[in-house]
Write a protein that binds this ligand. Structure first.
Ligand code: CTP
Length: 400
């Protein structure tokens, strides 16, 4: 899919160590069909040479407001008139400060001020700077002006410290760019039930068993389905995520709660997307009081939970049912078996052993399997983009 085919994008690179990641962003934009022009601040050119970007973009990189070669045009106005969208990645605290306050003392900041197109900004800096009230105020101001901000991630920073401030994954930034163009309503009139996150099963009043699912994949599907005009019912296990505005959220904790809530809304749905990590086992008994410690340790007897997707799949009739398969070995064979046993239209195979896939991260690496046709292995994509690929399949079923 080439969501950015024919789009002209100006990629602004400012002076952060993360400037090297802009190379991957450039490639990601090109892979989606965009024509990319790069503009850099002077400091950025100390981190990555203009030559790298020139070789990859096949365009001269803009760095100077008044190039000595005597360009008769006012460069920044010409550069600003060209793109359909501008993205600054990485954006330093200094660049964000200038942008928020209308300062323009070099080619990139002048271009950003002169431009009249959507703007995506991906900050990257030390946590202490990112958390500073001045930076937060500037970001808030930009958000209010309609700038699409791509929040930085937590992790190791150039200083050796760890915290929030790392530039978002290049795939996430590329998706944010594609998103900024997106207006679609292909799911208007469709009601989609999405289960998301982990489930919990109690051992006693203070302890429970659970799994590592954070709900990111399911919430991404919910966000995308909403954006495409669907009515979304999100049956969600415990999570720290904010549900997309407008989704109807049904919070649940245990498998039996999830089964009941999903069963109730399934009847009137057009599709069920079962991303939730449903626990296969639960303690046979839940102790009514806290279990006291004992030198002998404790053995838990776990019994099987009911796999309610099997039932819903069997009674789906015209509804579309999508399942997920999380595997650590024999992925394709296991997913194929689950597709059949659970009467699914589509199964999304996650291999937990692949880098960039699985729990807690914003990206995923999945294979889509249907009863007919070859498996489709997708590259590492943001979870939002994976969500769109899944929804694209639904769209094609509905389109007949
Ligand atoms: N699922 C379910 N109820 C369960 C277990 C799983 O509805 N008790 C659903 C999941 O939400 C997912 C699909 O079934 O959409 C596959 O889940 P997965 O954990 O990969 O597989 P299992 O069927 O549990 O098989 P196994 O544990 O052998 O991998």
């Amino acid at each position: 899919m080439m969501p950015l085919r024919g789009k002209r994008i100006l990629l602004g690179v400012s002076g952060s160590v993360a400037a090297y990641k802009a190379v991957e962003i450039l490639r990601g934009l090109q892979r989606r069909g965009a024509d990319v022009q790069v503009a850099m601040t002077e400091v950025a050119t100390k981190f990555v040479s203009t030559l790298t970007f020139e070789a990859l973009s096949h365009r001269k990189v803009h760095t100077e407001l008044f190039p000595e070669s005597g360009d008769p045009d006012v460069v920044h106005v010409r550069v600003a008139d060209w793109p359909d969208l501008m993205v600054v990645a990485p954006a330093t605290a200094n660049l964000i400060g200038k942008l928020a306050n209308g300062l323009a003392d070099d080619l990139l900041t002048c271009t950003l001020l002169a431009g009249d197109c959507p703007l995506v900004v991906a900050p990257a800096m030390e946590s202490s700077m990112y958390g500073h009230p001045a930076v937060q105020k500037n970001l808030q101001h930009l958000r209010g002006r309609g700038v699409h901000l791509v929040d930085p991630e937590e992790g190791d920073l150039a200083s050796g410290h760890s915290g929030i401030g790392r530039l978002a994954d290049p795939e996430i930034i590329v998706t944010a760019v594609a998103d900024a163009f997106k207006t679609s309503d292909d799911f208007t009139g469709k009601r989609i039930v999405i289960t998301a996150g982990r489930t919990e099963e109690d051992i006693d009043p203070v302890r429970f068993i659970t799994n590592r699912s954070t709900g990111k994949m399911g919430y991404a599907v919910a966000e995308r389905a909403m954006r495409r005009g669907a009515e979304v019912i999100l049956v969600s296990g415990p999570t720290n995520l904010d549900a997309p505005v407008g989704a109807k959220v049904i919070p649940v904790r245990t498998v039996s709660e999830m089964q009941k809530a999903t069963g109730e809304v399934f009847d009137k749905a057009d599709a069920l997307i079962m991303t939730a990590a449903v626990l296969d086992f639960r303690p046979e008994t839940v102790a009514p009081q806290k279990i006291k410690k004992s030198a002998d340790g404790l053995s838990l007897n776990l019994i099987a939970n009911h796999d309610f997707l099997v039932d819903l799949g069997a009674e789906k009739r015209q509804r579309i049912v999508v399942g997920f398969a999380m595997e650590t070995e024999n992925g394709l064979a296991n997913a194929r078996r689950k597709l059949k046993e659970k009467h699914l239209d589509l199964i999304v195979l996650n291999d937990l052993t692949v880098a960039g896939a699985g729990f807690g991260v914003d990206t995923n690496v999945v294979t889509l399997l249907e009863s007919e046709g070859e498996p489709i292995s997708l590259p590492k994509l943001s979870k939002l983009e994976v969500a769109d690929r899944i929804l694209d399949r639904l769209e094609s079923y509905w389109a007949g």
